[in-house]
Design a protein around this ligand. Structure first.
Ligand code: SF4
Length: 254
């Protein structure tokens, strides 16, 4: 009797995406307009399962509008840290309604973790990295479990630390898609105007980059737009964009 071929089970351990995939995507869409890139990426599912990560801050409406025009059912993840300005929460609801976003997800920290590590709610004042870790980094990592890529609103002009960011970049083995990477402030303003998009209510008061209330301040003339974030601290990012948070004696937290 012929021996039955032995079936070999394989576990697929290949990464979702590699640096070569990122290079191919950046090359394919070089010179292609932002709207066309977004439409193609979403329609052809080039990045697999994708979610927008939005702060619903001063410039967020542009990316959300572009994505909504391509596919309003794209999941939008909002980190509701428990420390947001009430104006941001109202703006989130206004934009979701106005743009017809049908899959807005509010990502909140684990209450047990907050009880254990920030019972007073004041961790931001003495350990902002630790606060971002429990209120943003860990909840977002959990929310991203089912996704292969994220779409961000990061722009190169926002801060010296963001200059030259590419449209597509590797984020672990996921892809981070930055459709507005090369947009200028004038481009954003023109889009707001042409689409008659509502502005964040705090922008007129000088808040140019808006995050959690305790860690956001007014930007002075001549400063980077993100200079108002964590003012007085040697901290420029919250850790959700892959920049490591490094604390003395500990491994980096991404
Ligand atoms: S931005 Fe401030 S309040 Fe918000 S999670 Fe980070 S440290 Fe905490």
């Amino acid at each position: 009797m012929a021996e039955t071929a032995r079936r070999i089970d394989r576990i697929d351990t290949a990464p979702r995406f590699t640096a070569a995939d990122v290079a191919r995507l950046n090359a394919r869409f070089e010179g292609v307009g932002t709207e066309d890139v977004i439409r193609t990426v979403l329609a052809e599912k080039l990045l697999g399962e994708v979610a927008v990560v939005s702060s619903f801050g001063a410039e967020s409406a542009v990316l959300l509008d572009l994505v909504a025009r391509a596919d309003p059912s794209t999941p939008v993840l909002f980190l509701e840290t428990g420390k947001m300005f009430p104006e941001t929460l109202g703006y989130r609801d206004l934009l979701a309604e106005r743009l017809g976003l049908t899959d807005l997800r509010n990502i909140t920290p684990d209450p047990a973790v907050i009880d254990a590590k920030d019972a007073t709610g004041l961790r931001w004042s003495y350990d902002p990295d630790g606060c971002c870790e429990i209120r943003k980094v860990i909840p977002l990592a959990a929310a991203m479990k089912g996704f292969d890529a994220s779409i961000t609103g990061r722009k190169g002009f926002q801060a010296s630390t963001r200059t030259g960011i590419p449209r597509f970049e590797l984020d672990g083995d996921r892809i981070k898609f930055n459709p507005l990477a090369d947009w200028t402030k004038a481009d954003l303003d023109a889009w707001f105007e042409s689409r008659d998009l509502p502005r964040h209510p705090l922008e007129a008061q000088g808040y140019l980059s808006i995050g959690c209330a305790p860690c956001t301040s007014v930007v002075k003339p001549g400063e980077d737009p993100r200079a108002g974030r964590w003012r007085g601290w040697d901290k420029v990012e919250c850790g959700i964009h892959g920049e490591p948070i490094v604390r003395p004696g500990e491994e980096p937290v991404f």
